[in-house]
Structures are given as structure tokens and as C-alpha cells.
Design a binder for this molecule. Sequence first.
Ligand code: FAD
Ligand code: UDP
Length: 369
Amino acid sequence: MTWDYLIVGAGFAGAVLAERLASQCGATCLVIDRRAHIGGNAHDHYDAAGVLLHSYGPHYFRTNSERIVAYLSQFTEWHPVEYKILSWTHGRFWQFPINLNTFEQLVGHPATSEEMERTLAEWRVPITEPRNSEEVIVSQVGERLYEMFFKNYTRKQWRRDPRDLDASVCGRIPIRLNRDDRYLSDKFQALPRDGYTAMFHKILAHPKIEVRLQTGYREASAQIPHRHLIFTGPVDEYFEHRFGPLPYRSLRFEPETLTQEFFQPAMQVNYPNDHDFTRIVEIKHATGQRLPATTIVREYPEDFGPGKEPYYPIPAPDTRALYERYAALAAQETGTTFVGRLATYRYYNMDQVVGMALAEFEKLRAARR
Ligand code: FAD
Ligand code: UDP
């Protein structure tokens, strides 16, 4: 049989496109993934102690788009969570992201938003258009808070100086003059009630969709007749690294199960200046699971290379220049759609990838008419 669509990748990009094309156009979709599971990096699983873990680092779903919530709500109920995290440095926990409570911790006495604003106005480095991740922070809070919370975390995570990263990287962390201590500012913040994997099973349940796991594109595609290809893997890999490899950052996750209900006071504690890991995640705080045991996960940044997953594209002018060369090839590739975080080399959140997949679906539907 000839499939209408061969879809490479069973993460958000691939799964949403398969669902839309199958349910709205009656198209047959074969979804392949080289991993042994669906969900891409959003996959979650129960470990030996029965703790529901996010397999590839914490995945806090958030969005300002009612359309995206409505779309995903066909496949899941929601467990509302206010994501709250802490930062550990100088021998104590700090409220993070920086807000009025953090400021009080720093100055050691009760303060008002006006006092915080006056003080920050003195500390800020005057830069009207921040061009990189150092400038975006020092222009808002000055050198001292930048060095406490951002400089070394960013160096650890990206193995680059913050000056060599787009402003959007550190700029995605909010800085507030009030007591709002949520990590994220979006209107809708919730986790799929039964987990991401359960949600993906429902997204992919349509009878016109077949999923084949542990199936790599390069090895399998010649034996899979198809009319159109949707590729959600790394774009440089698709073109066999013709212009050289795009750089990515990878991670190593080290889980540890403990026979106590909780290990730390929040679902995530960042370690900007201590240790080789960037954060310890105890996702049980967010999922609301009740269990006598807990599992924490330490996250160590690593270079990308053989046997490693390309978790993060690196947002910076030099990497973008290389990506643009691949994007030009991709634009010429007839019969193929490139979509998702790796195929478009963008540091996108889950909701942005869902939005991108829904937009691509509209283009593919229009092309079928
Ligand atoms: P992926 O989920 O990467 O899926 C692509 C799939 O394609 C993978 O399963 C891969 O195995 C498969 N594939 C690739 N190449 C091939 C090939 N050649 N053959 C077969 N299969 C292939 N987003 C948020 O909104 N909130 C968060 O809190 C958040 N935290 C994150 C934390 C970490 C550590 C990471 C890495 C990401 C985080 N994200 C978060 C981002 C989120 O993971 C992505 O936005 C989303 O999963 C991207 O979906 P995707 O389908 O584009 O890619
Ligand atoms: N960051 C930082 N200190 C922190 C938290 C974040 O310097 O305590 C910077 C760092 O460069 C990080 C980026 O902000 O990579 C984005 O942080 P986020 O928590 O959103 O990263 P993700 O969950 O995507 O890894």
C-alpha cells in the first residue's frame, strides 16, 4: 500500500499532524520514530517506584492560546499547576524568577515594588536594545543579580558565554516587581491529568494512523511507499550534514529514588553556581502524585555527539547562519514538509510546536484541494 503521509517523529509535531490529516482529510498516515516510545521529548513513564517521571526533563505545559488548549483538550483532562521553582546559591534557597520576594531576601528587610524599582534603576546597565543574553539581564537587573542567577547557569547549560547567545534565551525568564513567584507568566498552566504519554496514545488512536517504533527514517523509508513526507527530526541529519553539523546541546539525566515523601521544597531547584548539574527536578510536586517514595532527577548539560540526543538547538547568530543554509535546501525539497523544534532549529515550547503543526496542517489541507 502507498501511505498518503509518512511522518518521521512521534512527538508533538508528528502526532498532531497525523491526527489532523487522518481525522479531517481521511488520509492514511504512517508515523515512525526511532525511539521505543511515542511522545518525543514530552514522553513520560512510571519508574520502578511507581513515580510518574518526565523522561527527558521537566515539561511544564503552558500557553496563552485558547485554540491550542481547546485542540489538546480533545485528548486529555488537565491538572492545573502553578509552576514554582527555587534557586540555590550562596548557601540558601532564593525565590526565582527574580521578584519582590527575591529582592527582600537580598536586601534583608521588607520592601515595596517602588523601592525595588528605585534600586534596580540604579543597578541597571543602560542598554536600549539588548543584543544578547547578558545584555537582556543586566539591562533589567544589573550585574550583581545577573552574576548570582544567570551567568554561570547559562555557561553550564550552553557551554557558551551569555554574550554569544540570543537575548531570547535568558530573556524568556520573567523579572517581576510584584510577588508573583510563578516560573512562567502564561494564562494557561497545567499538565495532562493522566500524563503526556496517555494523551499521545489518544492523539494517535485514529484508525487511519499506524505507528511503528524503533524505526529510523534512513533505514526504513525506501521500503515505505508514500505520497508526502513530514519530517520532524534534525534538518541537518536529513540533508546528511551537507554543510557540516548544526550544533545542539545535550543532557544526561540522573534519577535517584528516595524512601521519603519529598526531597526538596519545590518541583525544581536551580543550581547556578554550585555543582556540575543545572537543576534537580522532583516532578511529583507538579503532578500531584501521592506516594511514600519520591524520585529526583539531576540534569547535567553535555556536548552533543554520537549516542547523544540533540535536546536543544542553540539560538545564536552563528548557528542561525548555518541553519539558514539548510532552510534554503528544505524550501526546495518538493513533497516534504519540515516541522517541529529540530526540523526548523527553533528553541520552541510544546504549545508553539502544536501551533506550528496546526498551521502546517492548514497548508497541507489547502494543497490537497
Ligand atoms: P521531538 O519531541 O523532539 O520529537 C521528534 C521525534 O522525532 C523524536 O521522538 C525523535 O526520536 C524522532 N526522530 C528524529 N529523527 C528521526 C529519524 N531520523 N528517524 C525516526 N525518528 C526520528 N516545552 C514546554 O512547553 N515546556 C517545558 O517545560 C519544556 N521543557 C523542556 C525540557 C527539556 C529538557 C527539553 C529537551 C525540552 C523541553 N521543552 C519544553 C520543549 C519540548 O520538548 C518541545 O517543544 C517538543 O517536545 C517538540 O516536539 P517535536 O515534535 O518538535 O520534537
Ligand atoms: N537561566 C539561568 N538561570 C536560571 C534559569 C535559567 O541563567 O536559574 C537561563 C539559562 O540560559 C537557561 C535559559 O535561561 O538555558 C532558559 O531557562 P529555562 O528554565 O526556560 O530552560 P529549559 O527549561 O528550556 O531548559
